[in-house]
Design a protein around this ligand. Structure first.
Ligand SMILES: Cc1cc2nc3c(=O)[nH]c(=O)nc-3n(C[C@H](O)[C@H](O)[C@H](O)COP(=O)(O)OP(=O)(O)OC[C@H]3O[C@@H](n4cnc5c(N)ncnc54)[C@H](O)[C@@H]3O)c2cc1C
Length: 374
């Protein structure tokens, strides 16, 4: 069996490496992504990717893409490895594919072109204070008023880019009497809208997210995405696109290389650090393989399910391991650097809740992948 990429994908890889090598700066590093400066870097790079036809290359040709998933995976992987600043990720990788899967023709024609042009930047408003891993516990409601409008009330929490985006993929209950997983719907709404209060919230990791309060916010009914009350199932599909993330193992491999180089430079390269680094490097290879398997599934038009959770599983196992390695190699000094990349990697070890916690991810693999009783 030949595990190598084909010639055309390898040629494209060489082209993308050349592209990034010419642009990478010392600002492309590990650290919180949400600041006006970082977003400017992201916007500038997005524009270059758009000009080259790479930004939404994974979309079908009729919407300006190439539909070539192997090239898409290659670009994503190298974006991760070079720690390229990104801004439009939610639109490119979650909302775009979700629109293609369950948007109406009119919604596709309306929203896909501005996402592909980097003009519509979307954030994701799913989580709430009591509804993170268990999104079915959400309390935000969207109640119809007449035929043309929904009225939204509630509070969304931890919204990445919530202070900067000009659109949101919002999840809210449209039928509060329905059983837990039914009765939720998705909306693609403009931001900000009258009645929306957006407050920045800085996490332990240094990431700046937003808490967004909705007070009788009016949303046009044609912004409903997919079937009413089927939002939970649409959300699961949308999140599965995000979980695939072939960029993440590459990004962590780059961080690992930095840590090893720095440990050697500071003469902190002891036996335990070496063992941990070896373990992590092996895990990253396995993670990379499963992330590419997810790409292959997408290339065949299939929606990744437990395979995407397996990719998440590796993320949630590798994250703390990298933090442990940094602490082992550099000691507590690493977290007292005043915001440097090593400090970030230790803090990032606690950023393991996204898209459901560690045990939740294992539950999904057990239920959907191994068919264990749920
Ligand atoms: C930096 C950051 C950015 C984020 N960005 C966004 C965003 O853009 N949009 C958005 O909607 N959300 C976002 N989130 C929210 C994220 O999706 C939630 O934090 C996540 O779903 C977990 O929810 P929670 O924090 O309420 O933790 P909980 O769900 O309360 O989980 C706490 C712990 O309990 C465990 N647990 C929970 N349920 C079970 C179970 N059934 N079985 C076993 N263990 C369980 C979990 O594994 C975890 O360890 C972000 C979070 C962070 C930290």
């Amino acid at each position: 069996m030949d595990f190598e990429f084909d010639r055309s994908t390898l040629d494209f890889r060489a082209e993308v490496i050349e592209f990034f090598e010419a642009r990478v700066t010392d600002k492309w590093t590990d650290g919180p992504r949400e600041s006006p400066e970082y977003l400017e870097l992201g916007r500038a790079l997005d524009k270059e990717l758009i000009d080259r036809g790479w930004y939404t290359m994974h979309w079908p040709r009729e919407f300006g893409g190439h539909g070539d998933m192997m090239r898409y995976g290659t670009l994503r992987e190298l974006e991760g490895y070079y720690r390229a600043p990104t801004y439009g990720g939610h639109g490119r990788f979650i909302v775009g594919p979700a629109l293609l899967k369950f948007g109406t023709e009119e919604q596709r024609r309306t929203f896909l072109p501005p996402i592909a042009a980097g003009e519509l930047t979307v954030c994701q408003g799913f989580s709430e204070a009591e509804a993170g891993s268990d999104l079915s516990a959400m309390r935000a409601t969207a109640v119809p008023r007449g035929r043309d409008t929904y009225v939204v009330n509630g509070t969304k929490l931890y919204v990445t880019f919530g202070c900067y985006a000009n659109a949101m993929l919002l999840a809210a209950k449209t039928d509060t009497s329905a059983p837990r997983h039914n009765g939720m719907s998705l909306f693609l709404i403009d931001m900000p809208l009258p009645g929306m209060e957006i407050r920045p919230l800085v996490c332990l990791t240094g990431h700046e997210v937003a808490e967004i309060h909705f007070d009788d916010v009016e949303v046009p009914a044609d912004r409903l995405l997919g079937e009413p009350n089927r939002g939970f199932y649409h959300m699961t599909t949308a999140l599965n696109y995000e979980r695939a993330g072939v960029d993440r193992p590459a990004r962590m491999m780059a961080a690992l290389e930095d840590v090893v180089t720095e440990a050697k430079r500071r003469d902190r390269w002891g036996t335990t650090a070496r063992t941990l680094a070896g373990e992590l490097a092996a895990m990253l290879e396995a993670w990379r393989a499963i992330a590419w398997r997810v790409i292959r599934l997408q290339a065949r038009g299939e929606v990744p399910s437990w395979e995407a959770s397996l990719s998440q599983y590796y993320r949630k196992e590798c994250n703390p391991l990298l933090g442990e390695l940094v602490l082992e190699a550099f000691g507590i000094d690493a977290v007292l650097e005043g915001g440097g990349p090593l400090e970030f990697l230790v803090r990032e070890a606690f950023n393991n809740h996204g898209q459901g916690g560690r045990l939740v991810t294992r539950n999904v693999i057990g239920r959907r992948g191994m068919k264990l009783p749920g």
